[in-house]
Design a protein around this ligand. Sequence first.
Ligand SMILES: NC(=O)c1ccc[n+]([C@@H]2O[C@H](COP(=O)([O-])OP(=O)(O)OC[C@H]3O[C@@H](n4cnc5c(N)ncnc54)[C@H](OP(=O)(O)O)[C@@H]3O)[C@@H](O)[C@H]2O)c1
Length: 354
Amino acid sequence: MQITILGAGRVGATVGRLWHAAGHDVTFAARDAARPRALAAELGEHAHAASVADAVAGAEVVLAAVPGPAVTDVLRAAGPLDGRVIIDAANSFGRQEVTMRSLADAFPQARWVRAFNSLSVSIMADDNHRKPPWVMFLSGDEEAKPVVAQLIRDAGFDPLDLGGIDDSQLQDPGSVLWTNVLTHDEATALLAAVKSGDTAAVDQSALRTRARELAAPFEEFRDHAPDNPAFFLEHLSRSVFEAGISWRVVEAKWEGIREAFHGFDPVQVAAMPPGEIAAVENDSRVIRNKAKIRATVGNAREILAILDEYGSIRGYLASFPDAQAAAADMRRRFKFLGDTGVWRLLTSASRDSG
Ligand SMILES: NC(=O)c1ccc[n+]([C@@H]2O[C@H](COP(=O)([O-])OP(=O)(O)OC[C@H]3O[C@@H](n4cnc5c(N)ncnc54)[C@H](OP(=O)(O)O)[C@@H]3O)[C@@H](O)[C@H]2O)c1
């Protein structure tokens, strides 16, 4: 099959390699031609680099592996889509939410399917844990779904159909199905529980899979994150602020929160005097939750203690035998950080790592 991959970053490169290995002809495109060319050179025969418009013109299937807000831009640059199957792998973390429905309305000549967005790329790239194959969710255009289901199998995963275009919210960031490493039976049971509103079953399944979920982002974070205490404090604080409220609310205020907390430099945050903390508690740019604001200052102090003890954040993370042990220590040390908070910290930090 002639497949074009828009975006030659982590997801584009990973899925492109998998499809190429399965015998497909793969063309990469991005704004800067360097990565697409490097990938085409790495893979050799049946791999190419092209401009977005040329790449899409020659494709039967297109994978959009660009940041969520860029999907619309890149497809506008692509020219006529004429019945092509477009797989949307993008997630929208910011305020600009892009739904399957809005994409299908904006580009009605394409056949839209959402897939590859709900597993972390470190899981997709990892050869060692695919027996049984991990489940990849998909939803969208009924005629295009069988094509995409086969491409999911070709990439080494087990496709699980969530439904039509309007069911894609089940695989959005924050839904229980997102970045959830599941076997086929677990996924089928979880999906049935979600659809029937059985929250106890959903919670139980979340607990069972959490151990596995933590492992991949923890390893990505430990091995590839910038060894930078401010990076760590920023992700930790985002997790603290997101506790109990929508991540969208936090996202909308994040620039203000970052400014109020000195770009999350732990030395400066740890040294914030009571008067400055009180001013932040009344600052409309910030989410004015006293406990979370004080937790952020306390957590900066705890990071300084970690740096004293281990020399670096990487040294701290590398001191644990596994993700569970690291998670237990983080819950003990940091304020306002429970199980879900640790999970949020690890997944967001690992996403921004490397
Ligand atoms: N990382 C994960 O674990 C993961 C897992 C599943 C899904 N996703 C989703 O998949 C998407 C890609 O993630 P990623 O981690 O692969 O990101 P990434 O490594 O930052 O790569 C993004 C790619 O998109 C290209 N790009 C950005 N804007 C573009 C535009 N307007 N036109 C053409 N190309 C453009 C970039 O190259 P240029 O800047 O040169 O254009 C780059 O090659 C995101 O929506 C993400 O949420 C990520």
